[in-house]
Design a protein. Structure first.
Length: 509
C-alpha cells in the first residue's frame, strides 16, 4: 500500500496523538502596481480584467535585469500596516527587507525580497468561532511583506507537475506582486476540531482582508493561499513532533481536508514505528491526498541578509494612527450588526456563518438583493452545486451576478425554476443572468392571452376537471396548471396560471 493511502481512523488518531497546527497565509495585495516596480499588478481588479498574456506585465526589475533597482510600493506598505492592525499586531517602528536566497526558476534575480527578523507587524491575535459556537484565539507571530514569485507551467507530462514533464515554461507576470505573509504561533488544544479550526482561521483572515479592501482574496485564483503546518505529539508526552507543511492550499474546503488527511497519515506512520520527514507537501484536490514535495529548509539555509538596495521602512506614528482610525469594524461586531439588519433568526444567521459565505451574502445584498434572497441562493442552490463539484461556492459566481438573478425573480421575469436554469448557464460561463435569459429564451411568459389560450385548450381536453373545479373542488385545478406549465415549458408564473384557470372555469359556464 502506498504512503498516501496508509491512514489511521481520525478518531483513533486523536485518541493517540495531540495535533499541533501552524499556518502561513499569503495575501496578494491589490495595489495597482507591483511591490518593487511600476509594472501592472495582475492581482488587482484592473490586472485581473486585463488579457495577461505571459510575460507582458513586467519591467526590468521583474526580470532581474542587470542595473535594475527596486523601489518600495507605498500603497503596499499602507495596506500591510492596516492588515497588521486588523490582526491586533504591534507595528514595528522600523522594519527591514531581506534577501531570501535559493534557486527560484520563477524569480529571475534568483532570490526573493522578503522580511525576516524585522517584520512590519508582530504579536497579534485573531478570534475565530466554530459552527457549534465554540471560540478559539489564534496567536499571530508576525505579518511581513514580500514579493510573489512567477508561475511555472510544466509541459509534456500527464499530471501538470515537473515529474515526467518534457520542459517548463515560465511566466513572470506574477513575479513581484505584493504579498503579506501572516504566520501564526503554534496552535495547540484543538484536538478533534483541528480541521475545523484550520478552516475557520483561514476564513477569518479572508473576511478581514475583504473588509479592509486590500485584496481580491479569491483563493481559487491564488490571491489568498494557505500553507498548513501539521505535527503530532504522542498524547501526554509533552514532546513536539516533526511537522510537515502542505503548500498553497487554495480553498477553505481543501484547508480542512488537508489538515485532516495529514493527521491521519502521520498518525499511521508514527503508530507503525516510522518517522515523519520534515518536508513540504503538495495537496491534490482530486484525490484528497498530500504527496511529498521537498525537504523543508530552515531559516539558515536561505542565507538571509539585509536587502542592500532598500532602506528600512519607518512609518510615522501619525500614519499608523490614521490607518488605525480607518479600520473596519471587528468581525464579531459586524456579524451582530448584519444579523440585526437582515432580520435573521439565530438559526438562519448561524447557517450563513457556517457556510463561510457571509461576505458573499453581504456583497449580494449591497448589490441590490434582499437578505432573504441572497441567503436562499448562496446557501441553497449555489452551495448544492459547489458541494457536488467539490469546489467553494464563492468560485462559481459573483455577488453581482446573484443579485441580478434575484432581481429578475423579484420582477416576475423569472420563476425560481427558470432562475435555477439561468444560474447553471452563468456558472457554465454563458454570460450574465440577463444574457443567459436571452440566449436560452428563458423569460417568463407574461402575456395573459397566450396563457388563456393554453388554459382553454387544457380545459377542453379535460372536461371532467372543468366540472370538478366548477363543483368547488379547487384543488383539481392543479392538473390544468401542470398541463399549462408543460405547454409553456415552465416559462409561466404558476400563481398567475392558477388565477386564470379559476377565472376561465367560471367564465366558461
Amino acid at each position: 500500500m502506498s504512503e498516501q493511502t496508509e491512514l489511521m481512523d481520525f478518531d483513533k488518531a486523536i485518541e493517540l496523538f495531540e495535533p499541533v497546527l501552524g499556518f502561513e497565509v499569503h495575501v496578494e495585495l491589490n495595489t495597482k502596481s507591483k511591490m518593487f516596480s511600476d509594472a501592472p499588478n495582475p492581482a488587482s481588479a484592473e490586472g485581473e480584467a486585463a488579457a495577461q498574456e505571459p510575460n507582458t506585465m513586467v519591467t526590468p526589475v521583474c526580470l532581474g535585469l542587470p542595473g535594475s533597482l527596486p523601489v518600495v510600493n507605498e500603497q503596499a506598505i499602507r495596506f500591510s500596516i492596516s492588515l497588521g492592525l486588523a490582526l491586533g499586531c504591534e507595528i514595528a517602528p522600523s522594519s527591514r527587507f531581506a534577501r531570501k536566497n535559493y534557486f527560484y526558476p520563477d524569480l529571475a534575480k534568483n532570490y526573493q525580497i522578503s522580511q525576516y527578523d524585522e517584520p512590519i507587524a508582530h504579536d497579534g491575535e485573531v478570534s475565530i468561532e466554530l459552527a457549534d459556537g465554540r471560540s478559539f484565539r489564534i496567536q499571530i507571530e508576525r505579518a511581513h511583506m514580500e514579493e510573489d514569485a512567477g508561475k511555472l507551467t510544466h509541459v509534456g507530462g500527464s499530471t501538470g507537475r515537473i515529474q515526467g514533464a518534457d520542459h517548463s515554461l515560465v511566466d513572470y507576470n506574477r513575479a513581484g506582486v505584493p504579498l503579506v505573509e501572516i504566520v501564526t504561533k503554534m496552535i495547540t488544544g484543538t484536538e478533534g476540531s483541528a480541521p475545523e479550526v484550520a478552516r475557520a482561521y483561514v476564513s477569518a483572515i479572508r473576511d478581514i482582508v475583504l473588509a479592509l479592501g486590500i485584496s481580491q482574496a479569491r483563493m481559487e485564483r491564488g490571491n489568498l493561499r494557505c500553507d498548513a503546518n501539521v505535527s503530532l505529539s504522542p498524547r501526554g508526552s509533552g514532546k513536539l513532533g516533526t511537522r510537515t507543511e502542505t503548500k498553497n492550499v487554495n480553498s477553505l474546503r481543501s484547508v480542512e481536508r488537508a489538515v485532516r488527511f495529514e493527521i491521519q497519515r502521520q498518525a499511521a506512520i508514527l503508530h507503525g514505528g516510522g518517522t515523519i520527514v520534515q518536508e513540504t507537501r503538495h495537496w491534490h484536490e482530486d484525490t484528497g491526498m498530500t504527496s511529498p514535495g521537498r525537504p523543508k529548509s530552515d531559516a539558515d539555509d536561505y542565507r538571509y541578509f539585509p536587502e542592500p538596495d532598500l532602506l528600512p521602512v519607518e512609518p510615522s506614528k501619525e500614519l499608523i494612527d490614521e490607518l488605525r482610525a480607518a479600520l473596519p469594524e471587528p468581525p464579531a461586531v459586524r456579524r451582530k450588526r448584519l444579523k440585526e439588519a437582515w432580520g435573521f433568526t439565530d438559526l438562519e444567521f448561524q447557517d450563513v456563518v457556517n457556510s463561510d459565505l457571509l461576505v458573499e451574502i453581504e456583497q449580494t445584498v449591497a448589490a441590490g438583493a434582499t437578505p432573504a434572497a441572497a441567503r436562499k441562493w448562496w446557501t441553497g442552490e449555489i452551495a448544492r452545486i459547489a458541494n457536488a463539484d467539490g469546489v467553494d461556492a464563492a468560485s462559481l459566481v459573483t455577488p453581482a451576478q446573484v443579485a441580478e438573478l434575484s432581481k429578475l425573480v423579484d420582477s416576475g421575469e423569472l420563476t425560481d425554476r427558470l432562475a435555477r436554469q439561468v444560474l447553471e448557464g452563468v456558472i457554465a460561463g454563458e454570460g450574465s443572468p440577463a444574457e443567459v435569459v436571452q440566449k436560452r429564451g428563458l423569460k417568463v411568459v407574461s402575456d395573459d392571452s397566450a396563457l388563456i389560450a393554453a388554459i382553454d385548450k387544457a380545459l377542453a381536453d379535460q372536461p371532467d376537471i372543468l366540472e370538478k373545479i366548477r363543483g368547488g373542488k379547487v384543488q383539481a385545478a392543479g392538473a390544468i396548471i401542470g398541463e399549462v406549465m408543460k405547454q409553456m415549458r415552465g416559462q409561466a408564473d404558476a400563481a398567475r396560471v392558477r388565477e386564470l384557470v379559476l377565472e376561465r372555469a367560471e367564465s366558461l359556464r
